[in-house]
Design a protein around this ligand. Structure first.
Ligand SMILES: [Zn+2]
Length: 430
């Protein structure tokens, strides 16, 4: 096999990896670079599928974005834009393998989060632990715990050689069994190459709580709240969605989601243990102003009609704010609650705190404070902590480790003797 990391050897996000033999060639992930997080910087404008990719946004990969050497398939580890964001610009004749859950998250992202969709006819479903055989490559997805739904690591085998691409993963989630199964598969016999994510070696993150500890923390804040509780988190982080839902239910509050959150619940309810939006299950839907203003233009009549039976109005929430925990986003303070935000509200912020330097968040905190509200950070990372990277790599015991998804590849060299540091685009024989 020949392994090429087209992008990711020295950066977080924008991931793109190629594995090829003489006869078969696959690409794993085709991501957008992450936005720089700076006070003065707005998120990058959304990509337009009908226009060429702006200069410098895509790595140079022969045959992936334009005519060239054949790519047999793309495999997607998960539905985060830094791994999937360039898919819509890849050649339309290349099939894209993904899990059922990833397909669902791409759909929700394309409707509600301005991400580009991947046409159904290009999608192929892969199931965890079931190898996909393409030519002389066998590609097996292994479920991993991360901050969106149904993510996988990919084990690629050919001619007795084995490469494991970790994708994004963590060991402090709710499902430690996933990591145990992955380690077992990758260590017996040990893989020749482990392409390992090292987000937390990049120095700007510290060890945080486990998802279960965070759930207890959220529940504690909800228990002592005297007014409305607002949960600020990504609905695609289904584990976090579950933490907030349980905190609401266990404290006698109704869990309120927006149509985006409701649609994610609708999509995943068949695959995990969380109910669909339904007043009897304690989940109701708030049709926020942004959705009300845009659903007709965006042709979302079907989704609009899907949740009307469990709809909750602003007046109902304002009549008794302490009975609700609602999924919230900064724009709602102005658009939905201008001048009428309930007093003594608690906002539980559950994203990476690096985003807080952005102006939208400082504005939000100012407005919230003016309305007598409280801003509380309640978060833990979707990425594996530094100590756990060391533990995971030692357990897999690969012949060679290649850092990816990190700005600090040299940290791997401090912990392991068998690290290789290729440059972006450099081919390696396995
Ligand atoms: Zn990710």
């Amino acid at each position: 096999m020949r392994l090429t990391i087209h992008r990711g050897t020295r950066q977080i996000g924008g991931s793109c990896v190629e594995i090829a033999t003489d006869s078969t060639r696959i690409i794993i992930d085709a991501g957008l670079p992450l936005d720089d997080i700076r006070e003065d910087q707005k998120p990058r404008p959304k990509l337009d599928r009908d226009k060429p990719i702006p200069e410098g946004l895509a790595p140079v990969v022969d045959g992936l974005f334009a005519a060239g050497q054949k790519v047999d398939a793309i495999f997607l580890s998960h539905a985060h834009a830094d791994h999937s964001g360039l898919l819509s610009h890849t050649r339309e004749d290349i099939p894209v393998y993904m899990t059922r859950g990833t397909s669902k998250m791409l759909l929700a992202g394309s409707i509600f989060a301005a991400q580009c969709p991947v046409p159904r006819e290009r999608q192929r479903t892969m199931k965890p632990r079931q190898p996909v055989v393409l030519g002389d490559l066998a590609i097996t997805p292994w479920s991993v715990d991360h901050s969106t739904f149904d993510c996988v690591a990919l084990l690629v085998e050919s001619g007795g050689k084995r490469v494991l691409y970790s994708g994004d993963l963590r060991l402090h989630g709710r499902k430690p069994g996933m990591a145990r199964a992955l380690i077992q598969a990758a260590s017996s016999p040990p893989v020749d190459v482990l392409v390992m994510e090292g987000t937390h070696f990049s120095g700007r993150h510290e060890r945080g709580p486990t998802e279960e500890e965070l759930e207890a923390d959220i529940a504690g804040h909800v228990r002592t709240a005297e007014g409305l509780v607002c949960g600020i988190f990504s609905p695609m982080h289904v584990d976090r969605l579950v933490s907030f839902f349980k905190a609401a239910r266990n404290n006698g509050r109704t869990f309120v989601v927006d149509p985006y959150g409701a649609f994610v619940l609708h999509l995943v309810s068949g695959q995990c243990r969380i109910p669909r939006p339904d007043a009897a299950a304690g989940i109701r839907v708030f049709y926020n102003a942004h959705f009300e203003q845009t659903w007709q233009r965006k042709n979302l009549g079907k989704i609009h009609g899907m949740f009307t039976a469990s709809r909750v109005s602003k007046d109902e929430i304002l009549r008794s704010p302490k009975d609700f925990l609602m999924l919230f986003r900064p724009s709602m303070l102005k658009l939905d609650f201008a001048g009428a935000f309930p007093s003594a509200a608690k906002c539980l912020y559950s994203y990476w705190n690096g985003y807080l330097v952005r102006k939208e968040w400082s504005d939000f905190k100012t407005q919230l404070a003016a309305a007598g509200g409280e801003f509380i950070e309640c978060h833990t990372s979707g990425h594996i902590f530094s100590d756990d990277i060391v533990e995971f790599v030692k357990a897999v015991n690969p012949k060679e480790v290649i850092p990816v998804h990190t700005t600090s590849p040299s940290s791997f060299g401090e912990h392991f003797p068998n690290v290789r540091f290729p440059k972006d685009g450099e081919g390696i024989a396995v």
